[in-house]
Design a protein around this ligand. Structure first.
Ligand SMILES: *Cc1c(COP(=O)(O)O)cnc(C)c1O
Length: 367
């Protein structure tokens, strides 16, 4: 069986270090708001190149807290509009609507599945306050034109960096391209915890101060509450594990790149549309290797009958979800086509060469 993602293998690659850390935190008697979180925040901040890093409970909270932080600072208010890709995981959109803000969807570029930057400006109104970019599947979406557009309209750029930690755009890391970024360390992400975890990076000290308070009951000082906050903390055990795994992220992303390259050069079945390999290869960390095919159900069943696990990211776009009935009648043909045709192949830093060869051979055999 070729697993889609062998989490056990991924974490056993660091078994000794992780087990030592688990035991040390357990025995320390200190489980929240301690040195593990402090160290991880410092190391994440240095790695991303962003002066502020804040550990939080998960990736959705990271995005929710960024927007709530801007509301706290008076930069956004209920009813304001946030541009977001129509082709994304629902969490990007939930973070917006949860704050009483309005998502404004923009179609993706069919060649790389990311938001089509050239289609953003037509969606900007006087209510628009930010552009949320999502580096989907691990590929950076950014350009100098995007930055200029945001500056011209006085918009914040918020990065949903849940899938692209370690990706690099001309020497700058994803998570340091806009005004603030949300990270997810869900176990299956490129940097995965052993449970839920997330973080925010920003170079805006005021925003960071508000977010730190918001994530801690709205309080900067014990029992003094400035905001109506929530409880969204990264715990010491997860922080300790993430701090270990952060040291290997570049190496592991490089292993993902190798697998992606091999798929790209050796899958030759004309029924399969392969993803684009970016000119600058560091812009992609291959969180997912997503192909397209017209007869997806057949193809997925064929792979499954050959013991190859695949997943669909994602089968239903946010605007077609029952939760967003108000957007169900909107039309996003590119997004809808993508959702009907995509399939994610097995990929991880530790997938074996034999498994990769078997996947390639099986796909090329498909009629
Ligand atoms: C995983 C993910 C999130 C949410 O992260 P959680 O830690 O699961 O809350 C948000 N956006 C994208 C694009 C994701 O892939």
């Amino acid at each position: 069986m070729v697993k889609f993602l062998d989490l056990q293998k991924i974490n056993l690659a660091h078994q000794q270090e992780i087990e030592d850390k688990l035991l040390a935190v357990f025995r320390s008697g200190w489980y929240l708001l301690g040195n593990e979180v402090k160290n991880f925040e410092e190391h994440l901040s240095a790695y991303i190149g962003s002066p502020q890093a804040i550990g939080v409970a998960n990736g959705l909270d990271a995005l929710r807290l960024i927007l709530r932080g801007y509301i706290g600072l008076g930069i956004m208010k209920q009813g304001d509009e946030i541009i977001v890709p129509a082709n994304t995981y629902i969490a990007s959109v939930l973070a917006i609507s949860d704050n009483g803000l309005v998502p404004v969807f923009v179609e993706p570029d069919i060649n790389n599945y990311n938001i089509d930057i050239s289609k953003i400006e037509e969606k900007i109104t006087e209510k628009t306050k930010a552009i949320m970019i999502v580096h989907l599947y691990g590929r950076i979406v950014f350009s100098d034109d995007l930055k200029k557009l945001a500056n011209r309209h006085d918009l914040k750029i918020i990065e949903d960096n849940a899938q692209a930690i370690g990706a690099d755009y001309n020497g700058r890391k994803s998570g340091n391209l806009g005004d603030a970024a949300g990270f997810s360390f869900y176990p299956g992400k490129n940097l995965g915890a052993l449970g839920d975890a997330g973080a925010i990076t920003t170079n805006d000290e005021n925003l960071a101060d508000v977010i730190r308070a918001l994530a801690n009951y709205g309080s900067n000082q014990k029992y003094i509450n400035t905001y109506k906050g929530l409880n969204s903390r990264l715990d010491e055990i997860q922080a300790g594990i993430l701090d270990i795994k952060l040291r290997y992220i570049d190496q592991e992303n490089e292993l993902r790149r190798k697998v992606a390259k091999k798929y790209l050069s050796e899958i030759t079945n004309p029924k399969i549309i392969l993803p684009e390999y970016p000119v600058n290869e560091l812009e992609h960390v291959w969180h997912l290797f997503v192909i397209r095919t017209e007869d997806r159900e057949n193809f997925q069943n064929y792979l499954s009958s050959n013991n190859i696990q695949t997943l669909i990211h994602y089968p239903v776009p946010p605007h077609k979800q029952e939760a967003y009935k108000e957007y169900n009648s909107l039309n996003f043909p590119v997004t809808e086509k993508i959702h009907e045709e995509v399939l994610s192949l097995p990929l991880s830093p530790y997938i074996s060469a034999e498994e990769v060869d078997f996947v390639i051979k099986t796909i090329n055999y498909y009629k």
